[in-house]
Design a protein around this ligand. Structure first.
Ligand code: ZN
Ligand code: ZN
Length: 697
């Protein structure tokens, strides 16, 4: 419809009747200006007919350009500049326009001009200008404006006060926000919720819960927004009791249909460790948006139920709900734990397909996932693609390179990090030291360890001492490693002793091995792996009776062996194998493949190494055959179900045993497959008959 064809009379009428309204509103005629072109036409018409001399009409044109129509703020500026002596109302529109257009800096400049032109701001000026201060975190300006509000006596308007609370909270002055809140004679629900939002923003979860207590004591009626803030706080603090009370309230008041509330409940229960209650509520929801799915998936991932997290993620994909950043970070960390590379890769391709921004959090999660699945190249690729990196991204890369046996490169990356003035933290040093230990770089490791306190003022933690013990122990310097433990300024824990024990096994040092186990048993009596390690040390030097004695001791103390378990992902499904396991639906074919595999390996010269298994043979029939260890079953399944030449990736919860290690080396040669095995400590990249660990694990 053509604007110029509208009778001018309608406009005059509207202008005349519009004076009673408190706030300038768009005239109906202007609401029909759907494009900037329409507005131009109308503006020209107003000038021609003299209507432009009605200030309210000019303000309306201004409002259309500055607020209603998209991308027309420049036009608004030109209209504004034509007004000879703009009133507060015109300034307010422009300030609001700038604020809405994400130009808070311009809003502040215009406000300054308004003050210089001696135009007195009114109660509508302040909410917008304070919002701009919040966005810029401009505390100084905000404080000046607060003083002006008090001077003008406008401090009692609740919407002015609400934005003041918001401004102070955004500028990390939540205490001042609280003083404004406390000083208010009357507080509506919006005010309370502004205060809750302020505390949530600054992570003062305890204050949220306390404020809610005050609200209840005062008998103030709360709403959905309040409850969501409080439930979030309950989840962060683990305050299940209050969370459950809110759950009851929601049920009693028939609010169960409110998806946002139920999502907050799901999140609360998941974070309080009541993951099954969370799931029940989630399953009862009739509509689930991405926030609900994310809450449940990250709940599983944080409670270490990674298989459930991925299963639910596959359901989410089937429900055709697109994941957001939180979902993807949770999914990637679950994939990293399980070694589920297919699902993780899907997430990466999704990010590319949707051209999503590779934020530091998302990029780092992606890098960590690739590194933990043994795909270091991809991890590096993501790292270089990331537009922004923080110390965590660098640390993840260093750790990834180190655990994949690329210690030298890890140290090179560490130097570039220092060249770029990124300050390493204590976790970075764990990565750097483990790079030295996997790479056998003793002197380098010692130098870096010393530089921690001297160069960076970082006090070594038990983990750093553990790394030093590992560096020395792996290099066969068992005595030196033992001395490090004895000279530690902090009490050594079982993990440090266990590190030493593992080196004793590799270097067949019985004496210090015995001492280590003694210390471990004192500190952590229920751990089976240590007994097995010592027993293996005895076995490796042919002391079978001692080896058996340790196993018997372990049995007498009622310590059960942690069953070895290997995971392999095929077509997005995680398959789990235990030794001698026949639970898998394709069990028969898998065992046939194993038989065939062993035959082919024997032809190539494989001799089973039963040294470690032999001690168990008499007490546990299940462990008698090394052929049916969980990793062999998983590899056989991989051979069966993946195409020839494809890399097989498996992950094991314990150390890889000697026999499986040598068998896997031969499989990589005989079947011409790369096999990546992640065990409890590190990666083994098997290729053409050798392993990246150089048989040193
Ligand atoms: Zn094995
Ligand atoms: Zn290896």
């Amino acid at each position: 419809m053509s604007i110029t064809s509208l009778p001018a009379k309608t406009i005059t009428l509207t202008v005349a009747t519009d004076t009673t309204n408190d706030r300038p509103r768009n005239l109906p005629i202007l609401e029909q200006c759907k494009t900037i072109k329409h507005l131009h036409q109308f503006h020209a018409h107003a000038i021609k007919t003299g209507l432009i001399h009605f200030p309210r009409l000019t303000e309306n044109i201004l409002e259309s350009a500055a607020i209603s129509l998209p991308r027309s703020i420049a036009y608004a500026v030109s209209v504004f500049n034509c007004i000879e002596q703009p009133h507060a109302a015109a300034y307010n529109i422009m300030i609001r326009g700038y604020t809405l257009n994400q130009s808070p800096q311009d809003a502040l400049c215009l406000f300054k001009q308004m003050r210089e032109d001696s135009v007195e701001p009114d109660k509508y000026t302040f909410p917008c200008i304070l919002k701009s201060c919040s966005r810029l975190r401009a505390l100084e300006e905000g404080e000046q404006i607060h003083a002006l509000i008090t001077k003008l006596g406008l401090g009692s308007h609740d919407f002015v006060q609400n934005t003041l609370i918001h401004m102070y909270a955004s500028c990390d002055k939540v205490g001042v926000a609280r003083r404004v809140f406390d000083g208010m004679p009357e507080r509506g629900i919006v005010t309370w919720n502004s205060m809750f939002a302020g505390y949530s923003k600054s992570g003062d979860w305890k204050e949220v819960v306390e404020l809610f207590g005050e609200m209840i004591d005062l008998g103030v009626v709360f709403d959905e927004v309040t409850l969501i803030s409080v439930l979030t706080a309950c989840g962060r603090l683990g305050v299940l009791k209050l969370g459950a009370w809110i759950n009851q309230y929601i049920e009693d008041n028939g609010l169960k249909g409110n998806a946002k509330l139920i999502t907050a409940l799901v999140d609360m229960y998941a974070k309080c460790g009541q993951i099954d209650t969370a799931r029940q509520l989630f399953d009862e929801m009739t509509e689930r948006d991405v926030v609900a799915w994310s809450a449940m998936i990250s709940g599983y991932s944080q409670s270490n139920r990674c298989k459930d997290a991925l299963a639910l993620f596959h359901q989410m994909q089937m429900a055709k709900v697109d994941p957001n950043e939180i979902t993807m970070v949770s999914v990637l960390s679950s994939c990293a734990v399980l070694g589920a590379s297919e699902t993780g890769k899907w997430v990466h391709s999704f990010i590319k397909r949707k051209r999503m921004k590779l934020t530091v959090t998302l990029g780092t999660a992606l890098m960590d996932f690739y590194a933990k699945c043994g795909s270091v190249e991809q991890s590096l690729e993501v790292f270089w693609e990331m537009p922004q990196k923080n110390v965590l991204s660098w640390t993840v890369l260093i750790q990834g390179l180190a655990s994949n046996g690329r210690g030298r490169e890890a140290l090179d990356i560490f130097s570039s990090m220092r060249d770029l003035n990124v300050k390493p933290n204590d976790v970075t040093f764990i990565g750097v030291l483990s790079a030295c230990s996997h790479g056998g770089l003793v002197d380098e490791g010692q130098r870096l360890f010393d530089s921690m306190t001297r160069g960076y003022g970082i006090e070594p933690r038990i983990e750093h001492y553990g790394c030093m013990v590992d560096i020395l122990g792996r290099a066969g310097l068992i005595d030196e490693a033992y001395q490090v433990i004895k000279a530690m300024p902090i009490e050594p824990n079982a993990i440090v002793w266990r590190t030493l024990l593992a080196s004793c096994r590799v270097h067949k040092n019985v004496e210090i091995g015995e001492e280590s186990l003694k210390q471990i048993v004192r500190l952590e009596p229920k751990h089976s792996g240590d007994y097995i390690l010592l027993s293996n040390i005895y076995a490796s030097v042919g002391r079978w009776e001692d080896a058996l004695r340790v196993r018997t001791q372990m049995k007498e103390k009622g310590i059960k062996k942690t069953p070895g378990c290997t995971l392999i992902e095929v077509d997005g499904v995680i398959n789990e194998f235990f030794a001698e396991d026949s639970a898998h639906p394709q069990s028969k074919e898998i065992y046939d493949t194993v038989d065939d595999m062993i035959k082919r390996l024997r032809l190539a010269g494989y001799v089973p190494n039963t040294a470690e298994a032999r001690i168990d043979a008499e007490e546990d029939e299940k462990e008698s055959s090394v052929f049916h260890h969980s990793e062999k079953l998983a590899i056989a399944f991989g051979l069966l179900r993946t195409s020839p030449g494809a890399t097989i990736r498996i992950s094991k919860n314990l150390r890889v045993c000697t026999d499986c290690h040598s068998a896997t080396k031969m499989i990589s040669k005989v079947y011409k497959r790369e096999i990546v095995v992640r065990d409890r400590n590190r990666f083994h990249h098997f290729k053409e008959g050798t392993c990246s660990c150089n048989d040193y694990w």
